[in-house]
Design a protein around this ligand. Structure first.
Ligand code: SAM
Length: 354
């Protein structure tokens, strides 16, 4: 005879729900920062050779793991409390199978049973054709790196002739696919593209995109960084205010890296990310996974933590989880850019994953 069970209530009483929430895994480092964002590089190849990032010479052997391995590592991170995953590189759109990976990632659930917030950072060169398939696969948002709105300056930075037109079409395709709000990241280098500050403000208003200016960090292959190559936040805000008065906007969340502004007529949005002049390490919620499966606890860390090595040696998901938890405890308090004795990390941005 079949056993019947009483109906199980689907609504958990508030007090119990609180207890469950408290028991849910969280990645908290030794400084009390909750780590919720994973940046994962899926290739260290890139089709651009931006002057502030790469030398332009292919003097390395690219390292890419099977997509199934990235997926498995993300699943474990998600079970521990990661909520957002940003795919990056190198140039992530160069990676074959990316749309399928996004589709698989859209099935992953966080430790609270929610879908992951999925985003990509790309140079946009191949975005025109991929924007809609990525959206259909479950991607939520895209950030396009674009360091000039003037085609000649753009080509001088990327060292790829004719690149601007591709990226502009990519940005528009992303917007039309609903991958919005589209964010544009612009790294400012004094004397190179800082004459683009006001044209970018106009671009934000005319293209309905969020333009975020990022201070140049010492993570480049050519070792050209010096304090005076950085356009600091205060100077940038002054130069934007000459165009139109700026109005500060509230942060979207406590660990948001960008300070947000609009103009006095409410048109356009500008973000300023100032890791050099006004570091935000105290609110850092990020951890990175390189394309060869190493955890990086800070962009400026000098250590790789070989998560994929455990997987390769047949480790279980519990082994991976224990390794991630132990590694998070090694997260650095802050970077030391500009301080005496600062040492640039051996891995550059393209090999970490920005
Ligand atoms: N290829 C993709 C792209 O262009 O967005 C993803 C990888 S790229 C390394 C990620 C981000 O890092 C880009 O927005 C790029 O501008 C930024 N970046 C690279 N080198 C940098 C540096 N030295 N300082 C600040 N940002 C940098």
């Amino acid at each position: 005879m079949a056993t019947t069970f009483p109906d199980i209530p689907t609504v958990v009483p508030a007090a119990l729900a609180g207890a469950f929430a408290a028991a849910r895994p969280k990645l908290i480092d030794k400084f009390g920062r909750q780590i919720t964002d994973l940046r994962m590089s899926v290739t260290d190849r890139c089709n651009y050779r931006c002057v502030y990032c790469r030398t332009g010479e292919e003097s390395f052997t690219p390292i890419e793991l099977p997509m199934a391995d990235y997926l498995r590592m993300v699943r474990v991170f998600a079970s521990l409390g990661i909520e957002k995953v940003r795919l990056t590189g190198g140039e992530p759109l160069l990676r074959r199978g990316l749309v399928d990976l996004v589709r698989e990632l859209s099935e992953v659930r966080t430790s609270t049973g929610q879908p992951l917030d999925l985003a990509i950072t790309t140079n946009g060169h191949l975005l025109e054709k991929l924007a809609q398939p990525l959206k259909d696969a479950g991607l939520n948002r895209v950030t396009v790196s674009m360091d000039a709105v003037e085609p000649e300056t753009f080509a001088r930075i990327t060292r790829v002739p004719g690149s601007f037109a591709h990226v502009l079409r990519g940005v528009r395709a992303a917007r039309e696919a609903g991958l919005g709000p589209v964010k544009i990241n612009c790294v400012l280098l004094r004397g190179f593209n800082d004459h683009q500050i006001v044209p970018f403000a106009e671009f934000s208003r005319s293209e309905n995109v969020i333009v975020r200016f990022i201070e140049f960090m010492p993570l480049e292959e050519d070792r050209i960084w010096a304090p005076d190559t950085v356009v600091p936040l205060t100077e940038l805000l002054e130069r934007l205010s000459v165009f139109r008065p700026l109005v500060a906007l509230p942060a979207n969340n406590p660990s948001e890296t960008a300070r947000r502004y609009t103009f006095d007529d409410g048109m356009g949005e500008i973000g300023v990310i100032a890791p050099v002049s006004q570091a935000f390490c105290g609110a850092c919620s990020r951890v990175r996974l390189t394309s060869d499966g190493k955890i990086r606890t800070c962009l400026f860390s000098h250590f790789d933590h070989d998560l994929h090595g455990i997987l390769r040696r047949g480790g279980s998901d519990d082994d991976l989880a224990a390794f991630i938890e132990a590694t998070i405890q090694k997260k650095e308090a802050r970077h030391h850019i500009g301080e005496a004795g600062f040492l640039q990390p051996g891995r550059t941005m393209v090999h970490i994953g920005g």
